[in-house]
Design a protein around this ligand. Structure first.
Ligand SMILES: [Zn+2]
Length: 274
């Protein structure tokens, strides 16, 4: 059984500030260790359920937050800051299941620690076929393209709740309750790891009940940017249409192409995002 694991960082137990998840800082060095332990807890649980092949795709910031020799399960490690498929780079149809570890809520959620949707300086809100989605829902387009189910998400409660409509039946492990974007009540890391391990095992023991993400095709992404300049620039990408001052839509019957169109708008608008 082969597992694709995409690891972010803002959903790690204890993390409540950008300084804790951005290099260089002593705090970052500490919290990246907690992230590594949560990734390993998910791998441990998967191995207990019979998984034996792992690819960890580092998906946070410059995407080089883990220590390759400390990954459990002899996992392969995909890292580095320029990846065409970003948080889903490396996925293909040979994988049996997908884990999202240390994910966070969307920019438009009521309160989620360090909430954002790909770029907090550019994007205010994203809907997929009308449903508010965070990174989990957008990334699920790639899962659908390859026919692989997303079976586990770990992070704060908002991350868990936002993933559920797109990935029905997904095993959710809540390691912290967000109070605001910069405060959360976290489980003790040891307790969080135990829950992640159990959740990963449980998800794979009922893998036969899962289907690829529930996204009706053709699918539409509606993106509200933080200002009109960003929306105007996003329309430089073919297939992106402006619907009001700050809003654009993109529709495609190919989920992978839709994801790539979205990523292109994210990368393009980075230049003028403040
Ligand atoms: Zn993120």
């Amino acid at each position: 059984m082969k597992i694709f694991l995409s690891s972010d960082m803002e959903g790690t137990t204890g993390v409540v500030d950008w300084g804790q998840c951005r290099a260089p800082s002593p705090e970052y060095d500490y919290y990246r260790g907690l992230l590594l332990a949560e990734v390993n807890a998910a791998i441990d649980g998967a191995m207990a359920a019979g998984a034996d092949d792992f690819l960890v795709n580092d998906s946070h910031s410059t995407m080089q937050n883990l220590r390759p020799d400390q990954l459990h399960g002899d996992a392969s490690y995909l890292s580095g800051r320029h990846k065409p498929l970003y948080m889903m780079q490396g996925l293909d149809p040979t994988f049996d299941a997908i884990f999202f570890v240390s994910y966070h809520g969307s920019m438009s959620s009521a309160a989620s620690t360090l909430s954002h949707t790909y770029n907090p300086r550019a994007i205010a809100d994203v809907r997929l076929n009308g449903t508010v989605v965070g990174e989990s829902g957008i990334n699920a387009l790639v899962a659908l393209a390859h026919g692989v189910p997303v079976v586990l998400i770990t992070g704060d409660r908002t991350a868990a709740e936002e993933a559920t409509p797109i990935c029905p039946g997904i095993e959710t492990v809540v390691v912290k309750e967000s109070v605001t974007r910069f405060a959360a009540s976290s489980l003790h890391p040891r307790r969080a790891r135990a829950l992640i391990r159990d959740g990963a095992q449980r998800a794979l023991e009922r893998l036969h009940t899962f289907r690829p993400p529930a996204i009706t095709l053709p699918a539409t992404l509606t993106v509200v940017f933080r200002n009109g300049d960003l929306a105007e620039m996003a329309c430089w990408v073919r297939g992106v249409e402006r619907t009001d001052d700050k809003t654009v839509t993109m529709t495609d019957d190919d989920p992978l192409r839709l994801f790539r169109t979205f990523i292109t708008t994210v990368v393009l608008t980075r230049d003028i995002a403040e």
